[in-house]
Design a binder for this molecule. Structure first.
Ligand code: SAM
Length: 213
């Protein structure tokens, strides 16, 4: 199921892609080409630009990513932070870490990154935070657990951002699979939590944005 009329997505993608980026960020283009070739599910340029805006608006200095892949979302965040900012990246695959560190070095952001390999749900327990932003992009059946781990580590006014909350419309399935059930439970948690104020942006695959109040 398509969330937005494709021609609008195509227009925004095109105008975003044509827009000027700092030289150091041209590496994002190579990363997008890699994702196309390998069919790797990155957040893409529409959401990437939005993440950078959110880092700029919040003045983020400490970000935690649950599910960093090969560093694409981290580069969008890093470009919206001061060079003294820190991003903890977590990723299950060592190959993705190696690729990420190459891209991050090419973009000039490697000194801002603490890249940990393993299960993000275990790694986050070693960090007290509080973080300005936590991005949740791990396996979808793990989303409810990610919620419980992330929210206490967010500062007041901080953002808990989650990709794929509309899951290409599978949220409407009559017999949802495990991943879809994870997203459905997670979305309820996001909206019901008293310490959060949540909205869903229907861009790309649905982006959940919750501010801790
Ligand atoms: C959708 S990709 C996200 C990529 C990244 N956020 C981006 O947009 O550039 C999800 C990544 O999270 C990793 N992943 C999934 N579950 C994980 C977990 N529990 N702990 C660590 N990494 C995980 C996968 O290996 C994959 O690379």
């Amino acid at each position: 199921m398509i969330i937005t009329e494709p021609k609008f997505d195509e227009y925004i993608a095109r105008i975003s892609r044509e827009a000027q980026l700092p030289d150091s960020n041209l590496v994002l283009r190579d990363m997008e080409d890699y994702a196309d070739r390998e069919n790797f599910p990155i957040i893409g340029p529409l959401v990437g630009r939005f993440l950078r805006q959110l880092a700029l608006v919040t003045g983020a200095e400490n970000i935690f990513e649950m599910g960093s892949g090969y560093g694409y979302s981290a580069i969008w965040f890093a470009g919206g932070m001061k060079s003294s900012g820190r991003i903890v990246c977590t990723e299950g695959s060592i190959e993705n870490k190696t690729r990420a560190l190459d891209y991050l070095a090419e973009a000039g952001y490697d000194s801002m990154i603490d890249f940990q390999v393993g299960d993000a749900r275990e790694i986050i327990k070693k960090y007290d935070g509080p973080f300005d932003i936590i991005l949740n992009d791990i396996d979808k059946e793990q989303y409810p657990e990610a919620f419980d781990l992330a929210v206490p580590r967010l500062r007041r006014g901080g953002l808990f951002i989650t990709d794929n909350v509309l899951w290409s419309g599978r949220i409407f399935d009559k017999n949802p699979d495990e991943a879809t059930r994870g997203i459905l439970e997670f979305n309820h948690k996001l909206f019901e939590a008293k310490e959060l104020f949540t909205s869903i942006m229907p861009i790309r695959d649905g982006l959940g944005i919750a501010v801790k109040i």
